[in-house]
Design a protein around this ligand. Structure first.
Ligand SMILES: Nc1ncnc2c1ncn2[C@@H]1O[C@H](COP(=O)(O)OP(=O)(O)OP(=O)(O)O)[C@@H](O)[C@H]1O
Ligand SMILES: [Mg+2]
Length: 504
């Protein structure tokens, strides 16, 4: 029988038949069946591409190939298929084709194909020998896999990014599945002294000092049931046996904790913790020292006040009595002498008053004898007299008593506040409130001056406010100093009784 030209549909069916054994063609078969059911032309619905090459030229091309290439059938038939393969992949495709034609089991080849619009498409191809119009030909079966390749590239890119993120994190990063280590970064070397690979597959227990610390870590797991991330501080052990403090952050992988996968970062904070403790310790020492110095100063002032009062006071009293006696003995007619004596007596009186004031400043005797309200009243009057600044005072209740330490603290703070007002505020008016309740003593001093600025509150060589804060801190109270430009300054001190244990 001579050669008979086949119809296109016949050809497609045959090709279809022939390539059924080719991997990936089952799907094409499924489509074909559905096409037959729907009664539409089988070729157009074939998902896989089919072509026949004979003597190095396209002889037949199905619709799928036209679609992915963008060319018309006329543009392809009679052309060398290699023209459409990406130049970089031609060699590989050629060799693969040869191999396929020799071998029994076709293996697919993935290469790049240049479409009519210049777009690059990834193609997965299998070829095998066939007969076409009685002559040897190549039957090619192709499928476009551009998306698959792109997503694999994306995946690889993501993996590279992940790897560099892991490497860039200065802490140890550890991935866990069911408490076994599944991945790490090179930070585990710095933090724990382990090599990355040494830890894979081990239980996370190896990083902890004791079972208790390990269990503490288990607490993180339960937190992760409700939250995405959780953190804690935990004691860990390095490979060399030394203990370190780590700040730990855990986060679950995925939306739930069902497959028990989490990733944990460990930051070695041993040094930070030590530095923090040392800082806190030396701060406490400074506070103790300042309290000690203040009480020394109070005692020293009290001693000087007492001595001035006792020694100079008595001498002045004696001098006064002598002068009075002398004055009486002046013979009549000596007006000059009498005047002299009178002014001397007056001078002695003034000296005695001055001395009293100095003694009061050094150690307000009133604090001990008459209590805080009286001392505050006296100090306010003195202040008004000396500075000329209008001073209003309210004390509630009018009289009360608190411990000697607390009186001293509040009185010294009051003195410093008034001194500051006189020196810095340019105020014309001061309002003072002193109030004792069941819970606390409160002292508020406001002026109407220029207002303290935030920078003023932290001047390097100013110790008034620092001393105030330290005294209040020592009593367990709080102090707030606020100012508004041109609207004055307010100093508010609160000292609760419970905290200082100072209640009378
Ligand atoms: N009532 C006030 N009005 C305006 N500025 C004030 C007032 N009180 C304090 N200041 C500002 O706050 C700064 C700090 O006050 P602080 O009492 O600590 O130090 P000082 O009075 O300057 O020096 P000292 O150590 O002698 O007390 C002052 O220098 C001043 O600029
Ligand atoms: Mg001051």
């Amino acid at each position: 029988m001579g050669m008979k030209t086949k119809t296109k549909d016949q050809l497609i069916r045959e090709l279809d038949e022939a390539s059924r054994t080719i991997r990936g063609y089952e799907e094409a078969e499924r489509y074909r069946r559905r096409d037959e059911r729907d009664g539409s032309a089988p070729e157009r619905k074939l998902r896989g591409g089919l072509y026949i090459v004979q003597d190095g030229k396209f002889r037949h091309i199905n619709h799928y190939v036209l679609k992915i290439s963008g060319y018309s059938r006329e543009e392809l038939i009679g052309r060398d298929p290699m023209n459409f393969v990406h130049p970089d992949d031609r060699r590989m495709v050629m060799e693969n084709t040869k191999k396929h034609l020799r071998g029994d089991h076709p293996v697919s080849c993935v290469f790049r194909f240049v479409a009519k619009d210049g777009a690059i498409r990834w193609i997965d191809e299998i070829v095998r020998k066939t007969k076409y119009e009685g002559k040897t030909a190549i039957l090619g079966n192709v499928a476009e896999v551009t998306e698959r390749v792109a997503s694999r590239e994306k995946q690889e890119e993501l993996e590279t990014i992940e790897a560099s993120i892991l490497a860039a994190i200065p802490h140890a990063v550890i991935g866990l599945r069911d408490r076994r280590i599944t991945f790490t970064n090179n930070g585990v070397k710095t933090v724990f002294g382990w090599d990355e690979d040494e830890l894979i597959g081990k239980s996370i227990r190896i990083l902890y000092r004791t079972d208790t610390d390990y269990e503490k870590m288990a607490g993180l797991y339960s937190k992760l049931k409700r939250r995405r991330t959780a953190g804690d501080e935990v004691s860990c052990r390095r490979k060399d046996g030394t203990d370190i403090e780590c700040r730990v952050n855990a986060s679950r992988i995925g939306d739930s904790l069902e497959d028990k996968q989490i990733v944990i970062t460990y930051e070695d904070v041993t040094e930070q913790e030590r530095a923090k403790e040392e800082l806190e310790y030396s701060r406490q020492q400074l506070r103790d020292l300042s309290v000690h110095l203040q009480s020394l100063r109070e005692r020293e002032s009290a001693r000087i006040a007492r001595e001035l009062h006792d020694e100079l006071g008595q001498l002045l009293t004696a001098l006064n009595m002598d002068l009075v006696m002398l004055e009486r003995k002046i013979p009549p007619g000596q007006i000059d002498l009498v005047k002299r004596a009178e002014s001397s007596i007056k001078l002695v009186g003034m000296t005695m008053n001055g001395l009293k004031r100095i003694c009061m400043d050094l150690r307000p005797g009133m604090l001990d004898h008459l209590g805080l309200p009286a001392a505050i009243r006296w100090q306010t009057e003195e202040f008004q007299k000396r500075s000329g600044i209008q001073s209003r005072l309210s004390i509630k209740p009018e009289e009360f008593s608190v411990s000697s330490d607390l009186s001293t603290t509040l009185f010294r703070i009051f003195q410093e506040t008034l001194t500051n007002i006189m020196r810095h505020s340019e105020a014309t008016e001061v309002v003072v409130h002193l109030k004792k309740t069941r819970e606390k003593v409160e002292l508020v001093v406001s002026d109407n001056g220029k207002g303290i600025s935030p920078e003023d509150r932290h001047k390097i060589n100013s110790f008034g406010l620092i001393g105030m804060r330290e005294r209040v801190y020592y009593c367990g109270g709080t102090v707030s100093i606020s100012g508004r430009p041109g609207r004055g300054t307010t100093v508010k001190v609160d000292i609760p009784f419970q905290k200082s244990g100072d209640r009378k």
